[in-house]
Ligand binder design. Sequence first.
Ligand code: ATP
Ligand code: MN
Ligand code: MN
Length: 303
Amino acid sequence: PPVEVQMDHGTRPRIAGIGISHPDRLLFPKPRITKQALAEYHEAMADRLLPTLKDRPAALLRLPEGLDGERFFQKHPGKGFPDAIRSVRVPQADGSAADHMCITDTAGLVAAVQMGTVEFHPWGARRDRLDRPERLVFDLDPDEALGFARVREAALHVRDRLADLGLPSWAMVTGGKGVHVIVPLRRTASWQTAKIFAQLFATLLAEDAPGAYTASMSKAQRKGRIFVDWLRNERGATAVAPFSVRARPGAPVAVPVAWDELRRLRRANGFSMKAAQTRSWADLDVPEPAGLNKDVLARLERK
Ligand code: ATP
Ligand code: MN
Ligand code: MN
């Protein structure tokens, strides 16, 4: 009813210019995180969240009622979305185009939280050249029963094998179970090249150490192993943004970590929202982008 809407509106706190409805709604029970606290986190972390979001299409994982309510992974802007959530026109294979979302500033982050967003999932390409990936992601997905020591070891191994090919990388603990090993790319190769490279790399890794890795998505094959998820490297595929809160118990955050630091970590979900706020991109060395060129592919084929 209009009267209630009016009252609600009158008491909305404004964060980055965005009115927050239901600011006291408890989104996470433990630690207790309200919608207002989540909005404040995104305002405080905008400088760290926006570098990988501001130029890229992004999907949003929305949980308007919080961790225990329904969740949906949304790729396209909905009717009535606020202007602060911008859109980007993405050409499709069939010649048509579709609108995707793009979070370009602090107001966009907070507006997304206002719409129930918890997780931000950007593409691996920027809007000015959607057909040229600017990163590879090797998403290490361990069998649930494996300890984090195995994941850590795998991440370092993947780093070393990539470095052998001339591809320096950095790491992020996801806030879930695994680690993403990320290779910044010069925007020269196509998605097709990136995907074929990633698939071949994962397949060879699993062939060399079949007890440790699988390149197959099947859960049965993952038993006691780590799935090297190479499928993040397709046009339109996403990976969770660094410094995004995860919609998982405890509100853990996806945090980039230096390789030396990763060696000492005990879990992938050990950074709380509070801990994440003490972190920055300066905590790690993000390598210069490398070219995914013929030399790299030839080195991989020689193995
Ligand atoms: P974990 O370490 O627990 O595996 P994760 O973020 O890597 O955390 P994955 O399930 O491996 O989780 O997913 C990898 C990425 O794939 C996600 O970060 C997300 O961007 C994308 N993804 C996950 N679920 C979906 C989905 N339903 N639709 C589209 N993309 C998804
Ligand atoms: Mn994963
Ligand atoms: Mn995965």
